[in-house]
Design a protein around this ligand. Structure first.
Ligand code: AMP
Length: 570
């Protein structure tokens, strides 16, 4: 078996590795480090948890050991798709380069340009960045990439999902052709293959097996149920989640709860808090300082439940997570693998529980065929749904009690969805949850064709007031918008401009149809598969005027487009 001492690493790097407690290189390290040290390009097909970060940082530090950085001309560059991943890479550098004099700068959004400029001006050996922030610095004339000798692209498949590939291509073109490239991706989508064919020179291909989802250290269970009514699905899933958490008792030391959409991340976190759980959300729309604080608390054990979107939690290295909950079944089967891989790490046992409703069936089918095994079904804990009706009753009685109170929401329609009054028996956190989701108003009938496929509506986020506009570069803002909300096109082989995601205008509150994970067409199937539950005729009944059936077209966007996302236009 290969040992670290066989790998011809700089002795100072080797010492830092030994002090980290690592004895033998992981397979990706054993395969990637030798060609990287020879100066060869490397194409690594590996996902997080395989040790790939050290797979590129150790040879980089060794290779950069000689030579000095020049002002504004970094000698190496690491691109990561999210701020958290970039920060994790930076931590690795600190750990493994502690006996060298190498300098580094971390360029991520949410941090002032001034401090980053100062570091770059002094000259850095290693620049670790998210693509948007890097280009912002470049466009401000503060950075030259012509001195880059080694360039690393980490999590390229996630870059593709987030629409960063044009930025990556641009960055490649700004670096010298003679550079060495170390490129890592969990999957080889056609677009990724194209990039590697264009920018990598005769790479050593190293591949490690996908993290086994059959991993016996992860106990998987599926809790499937049929909501009493479709519009109660979200409420009842929250009740099931609470029941599952309670049923696990003290064996649940900490957990990540995954939701498919960031808006739901917020609501689930608020709902759990209002029921006395120690929970906090993490997703791309939260301010960086909040995200960092939340993650730190989760890592140090002071936060028990982290409610997360896929992108925010992807790749985070938190070794001891006892449970993962899929509040939503992921619509991309790969995400199931990534999500449950957050638990059962480093030889520990973990549990991965998924909550499913009938409309998730086809996603479950795709997951089970990917992982090549069924997810064991389990019964809901006793009385799991009682919580949902209590909550609802409490909300209803609060509403009727508040009919003479001017609630925050005011009057919102015939059924009077006023905000509940604040009272000691109802924590303040509970109010928005009830306001938003205890609705009985039927969703308006919209023809299936008018909905973009797999649209993931989200509320446009107002520009944050806590950062001056000049402190936030345009691409930095675009990074923010891309994060979390821009998923899925990679697997469909689409170009960024063809994507069907759209931004909806800000609304006072999300409507029932916006909250659904399903396209309209599937919601209709749902109605027909569960007859009797949705027999009210709403909207225009069977008659749909022609103009509503006209198809939508996508407006072309350029990378410089203010919104940076395709927008639907009638
Ligand atoms: P990564 O895939 O780079 O996110 O690494 C996943 C985890 O594996 C991190 O906690 C690393 O610190 C750890 N790790 C990296 N290399 C080794 C090694 N050779 N032996 C044991 N653990 C390692």
């Amino acid at each position: 078996m290969t040992k670290f001492s066989d790998l011809e690493l700089d002795p100072r790097v080797l010492q830092a590795v030994v002090e980290s407690g690592y004895e033998t290189p992981t397979p990706i390290q054993a395969q990637a480090i030798p060609p990287a040290l020879r100066g060869q390009d490397v194409l690594g097909i590996a996902q997080t948890g395989t040790g790939k970060t050290a797979g590129f940082t150790l040879p980089m530090i060794t290779l950069l050991g000689q030579g000095r950085a020049r002002a504004r001309m970094p000698r190496s560059l690491v691109l990561a798709p999210t701020r958290e991943l970039a920060a994790q890479v930076a931590e690795s550098f600190d750990k493994y380069a502690k006996y060298t004099k190498l300098t580094k700068a971390l360029l991520i959004g949410g941090v002032s340009f001034g401090d980053q400029d100062k570091l770059i001006d002094r000259g850095v050996d290693v620049l670790i960045a998210t693509p948007g922030r890097l280009l912002d610095h470049f466009e401000r004339g503060k950075l030259l990439l012509t001195g880059v000798q080694i360039m690393v692209v980490d999590e390229a498949d996630r870059m593709l999902d987030m629409g960063f590939i044009p930025d990556i291509e641009r960055i490649f073109q700004m670096t010298p052709k003679t550079r060495q490239t170390l490129f890592f991706s969990a999957t080889m989508a056609p677009e990724i293959e194209r990039i590697t064919n264009t920018f990598l020179n005769n790479p050593a291909k190293v591949e490690v097996a996908r993290q086994a989802t059959t991993n016996t250290s992860i106990e998987q269970k599926l809790f499937a149920f049929t909501p009493t009514r479709k519009d109660r699905s979200f409420t009842e899933k929250r009740a099931v989640l609470r029941a599952l958490i309670r049923a696990e008792g003290e064996s649940l030391t900490n957990a990540i709860v995954f939701c498919n959409r960031k808006m739901d991340v917020d609501v689930v976190a608020k709902s759990l808090k209002s029921h006395g759980f120690h929970a906090a959300p993490i997703h791309g729309d939260l301010d960086q300082s909040v995200r960092t604080k939340t993650l730190d608390e989760f890592r140090d054990g002071s936060l028990r439940l982290l409610i997360a979107s896929d992108v925010a939690a992807r790749g985070l290295d938190i070794p001891a997570v006892s449970h993962v909950f899929n509040f939503d079944v992921p619509s991309h089967p790969e995400d199931y693998v990534h999500r449950i891989g957050r638990t059962g790490r480093a030889g520990r046992l973990g549990k991965a529980f998924s909550i499913a409703v009938p409309s998730d069936d086809k996603y479950l089918g795709a997951i089970e065929s990917l992982v090549k095994q069924p997810i064991p079904r389990a019964d809901l804990p006793e009385g799991a749904l009682e919580g949902a009706s209590e909550n609802s009753d409490r909300a209803r009685s609060s509403r009727s009690a508040s009919s003479s109170t001017s609630g925050r929401g005011g009057s919102r329609g015939p059924r009077g969805r006023d905000a509940a009054p604040r009272s000691e028996s109802m924590p303040h956190d509970a109010i928005p949850v009830i306001e938003q989701f205890e609705t009985e108003e039927p969703a308006p009938l919209v023809p299936a064709r008018a909905q973009p496929e797999r649209a993931q509506p989200e509320r446009a986020q107002p520009e944050r007031a806590d950062r001056a506009p000049q402190e936030r570069g345009e691409r930095d803002r675009r990074d923010d918008r891309r994060r979390d909300g821009n998923r899925g096109s990679a697997e469909r082989g689409e170009q960024p401009a063809q994507r069907s995601e759209h931004r909806s205008e800000p609304r006072a509150e999300p409507r029932a149809d916006q909250r659904s994970e399903q396209p309209r067409s599937e919601q209709r199937n749902y109605r027909s598969s569960y007859p009797g539950q949705h027999d009210r005729i709403v909207g225009m009944g069977d008659h749909v005027p022609d103009f509503i059936l006209r198809s939508f077209r996508l407006r072309e966007v350029t990378p410089d487009d203010e919104d940076g996302e395709a927008t639907t236009a009638a």
